[in-house]
Design a protein around this ligand. Sequence first.
Ligand code: 5RP
Length: 220
Amino acid sequence: MDQNALKRAAAQAALEEVVEGAVVGVGTGSTANFFIDGLAQMRDRIAGAVASSEATAARLRGHGIAVLDLNDVTTIPVYVDGADEINARLEMIKGGGGALTREKIVAAVAERFVCVADESKQVGVLGRFPLPVEVIPMAQAHVARQVVRLGGEPRLREGFVTDNGNLILDVHGLAIDDAVVLESKLDHVTGVVTNGLFARRPADVLLLATPGGVRRITRG
Ligand code: 5RP
């Protein structure tokens, strides 16, 4: 089974988590795209979707799924999104696709975060995947210096601008023992919009696709 088949299997399993008649939050990336494609089959049974990126909004609309403004929505029972890494506490690194800020906003509103991932995303310690940090352009050099002080090696994601008009620093060389602490430290650097650690608000459910089937893991 190749990685795409595993991603599709996790995304398919997530359709069962969707609350009928309600708004669903939708993440960004290739696994989320499989979820969107599946969601099209049940578009008449949901109240619409809140998108975590322009790319996701376009794909949802392409399937005839109503895309709602988050400011017009009070409740999102379920948010479905992928991850770049996820640990046993269901803390994640996200933002490989650069959509981390909107993903974190939708996740903050959602009652339940369902992470969809193939087994390659499961790790013991977060940090092998470079940690994305979204920064206000004029603060890029300042934030980079502070990241070095925290032990990381920041690299500008060349030629990339986020949906919010900002830059991404991908931070290499971190072994993240305490993700909650590092998430807060990075968020407190002036000029940082968001960082890709989802530890203060981890996933509630992980649908982990393996060649033997999709495992449903809940946060203990
Ligand atoms: C995008 C993300 C994605 O969820 C993450 O990069 C995983 O992507 P994929 O499903 O393509 O492996 O955080 O910003």
